[in-house]
Design a protein around this ligand. Structure first.
Ligand code: IPE
Ligand code: IPE
Ligand code: MG
Length: 234
């Protein structure tokens, strides 16, 4: 890696482009998701090795239910497979796993796996992967507002501040992302971390997620290192 790079504490990635990757090869879209899952494994390991504290990945959005059932089922099956493996290996690899999103409409098996991984994570210190599953930024904010309203009614909360509100989000206790990466050439956030991204640096690349590599992370970090983050100051 180039010299004088600043490793961000928290990188977030919109894992996009699986379908186009498959279509380009004349394969079914589901093959793209399988390839994308491999890329995720590789990139998570790399991010741990370079000393990142948090890697947050967008795996399935609250809007992705609009897709054909076969595609949704295939994505859920891949997530199940990944979580099974994670349960076996996360303690050995030192990877904490935190699922962010509304898991209630997921299959009982997936919900059970999500509970197990969070239970195992309590014993692990260090690098954390936040897997956004049935996650939507607007949904997250509305849920947080509802929870705050309940606490306010019961007297558990009195006033609302930015810091206080953040404690009602899935990302409670997690630093805001320093750098958000979106592959596949799309230039939008698609409802990802819309509260937390307020001062994130953005990095876009045309590479489709299954082709994404460690070198691409290095490129994003090198670009990040050159940015001047002012947070409204001078
Ligand atoms: C991202 O890849 C994976 C999910 C949204 C689950 P896409 O499936 O969106 O791939 P493209 O954008 O159609 O190429
Ligand atoms: C964003 O990708 C969601 C995930 C990567 C999980 P989409 O492919 O769903 O986003 P749009 O529809 O192109 O905005
Ligand atoms: Mg897409």
């Amino acid at each position: 890696m180039a010299e004088k790079v600043r490793i961000p504490r928290h990188i977030a990635i919109i894992m996009d482009g699986n379908g186009r990757w498959a279509q380009k090869r004349g394969l079914p879209r589901t093959a793209g998701h399988a390839a994308g899952a491999e890329t995720f494994r590789k990139i998570a390991t790399y991010c741990k090795n370079i000393g990142l504290e948090h890697l947050t990945v967008y795996a399935f959005s609250t809007e992705n239910w609009k897709r054909p059932k076969e595609e949704v089922d295939a994505i859920m099956a891949l997530l199940e497979k990944y979580l099974y493996e994670a349960i076996e290996k996360m303690e050995r690899d030192g990877i904490r796993l935190n699922i962010m999103g509304d898991i209630s409409p997921l299959s009982p098996k997936l919900r059970e796996l999500a509970v197990s991984t969070s239970y195992i994570s309590e014993r692990i210190r260090g690098f954390q992967v936040n897997l956004c599953l049935n996650y939507g930024g607007r949904d997250e904010i509305v849920r947080a507002a509802r929870k705050f309203a309940e606490d306010y009614k019961s007297g558990k909360a009195t006033e609302l501040s930015e810091e206080g509100f953040a404690n009602y989000l899935y990302t409670k206790g997690i630093p805001d992302p320093d750098l958000i990466i979106r592959p596949s050439g799309e230039l939008r956030l698609s409802n990802f971390l819309i509260w937390q991204s307020a001062y994130a640096e953005l990095f876009f690349t045309d590479t489709l997620w299954p082709d994404f590599s460690e070198a691409e992370i290095d490129r994003a970090i090198a670009a990040f290192s050159k940015r001047s983050r002012r947070f409204g100051g001078i």
